[in-house]
Design a protein. Structure first.
Lengths: 55, 226
């Protein structure tokens, strides 16, 4: 029983970790790699400072 | 677990984003603005008269304050993104028995700097505005592959067992640079070399500081008693 609960918890953790990593990738893509002109202008100095390949 | 991950990531992302913005505006943005004088042709280096001398200028960084709001907003988004990935890695590492603290967080953060900024800079150094590079999509792909390979290499150094893991880690770290970043066969620089070099060094140094802050804050929040 305890083992089963521990196992369920462990797999929930894996989903939580995966979800967190996906959110992170989404944020980085939006800030650093989106080719939309508006995103580019606002992000210009940040992208240069972090050296994302920019234009 | 999810709440723990999200709280740590948001606090660390906010702290690092704020610190990165202050450091960038103080040390990096002034050089970007000076570079833009050459990008726009307001200043010409080594042209017209052929003179190798250009005046050092210090553009007013507060001429367009709105621009810094954009930088602040995008730093928050970017550093939160890094923070989410970092705490996801904390979660995975803890499952293998690693202990996360503020101190180990600092090392995690600096490793993030190595993988995300220092390693890609080997092939694609930080560029002033106006620099001309190879095809953007090819450069973005090389950048992403280099970051992924460097994270894998450092991960094998830190968590792998035996000489095989260290060897594989070294191969992963070196491979992107042996393959080489996409490059042009011509130099196009319009800005003075000193300005470009200073800019590259400063953006890496500011990046290292922000990553150290990111890792330390994330580790401290992660390990605080519930």
């Amino acid at each position: 029983m305890i083992k089963a609960i521990a196992k369920t918890r462990a797999s929930t953790d894996v989903y939580a970790i995966a979800l967190t990593a996906m959110i992170g990738l989404g944020l980085i893509f939006a800030a650093g790699f989106s080719h939309a002109a508006g995103a580019h202008d606002v992000a210009h100095d940040t992208r240069h400072a972090i050296a994302f390949p920019c234009h | 677990m999810l709440r723990h991950l999200l709280t740590s990531a948001l606090i660390a992302g906010l702290g690092a984003g704020l610190a990165a913005t202050v450091l960038q505006i103080a040390f990096v943005v002034p050089l970007i603005l000076e570079g833009e004088l050459y990008e726009s042709g307001t200043l010409l280096h080594f042209s017209a008269t052929g003179s190798p001398q250009s005046p050092v200028t210090h553009p007013d960084i507060w001429a367009e304050p709105a621009r810094h709001f954009g930088t602040f907003a995008m730093n928050l988004v970017t550093w939160s993104g890094f923070a989410f990935i970092l705490v996801a890695a904390f979660g995975l590492a803890e499952r293998t028995g690693a202990k996360i603290t503020a101190q180990s967080g600092a090392i995690w953060g600096l490793s993030g700097f190595v993988a995300v900024q220092l390693a890609p800079a080997m092939g694609l150094p930080p560029e002033l505005p106006g620099a001309i590079g190879a095809d953007i999509v090819t450069r973005q792909l090389w950048w992403m592959a280099t970051v992924a390979a460097s994270i894998g290499g450092l991960g094998l150094f830190a968590f792998g067992r035996g000489a095989g893991a260290v060897g594989a880690g070294a191969v992963l770290l070196l491979a992107p640079h042996v393959i080489g970043a996409p490059e042009l066969d011509t130099y196009f620089g319009v800005a003075p070399a000193e300005l470009s070099a200073h800019y590259a060094a400063r953006s890496l140094a500011v990046g290292a500081a922000a990553w150290a802050i990111l890792g330390t804050v994330a580790g401290a929040v992660w390990s605080r008693p519930a």
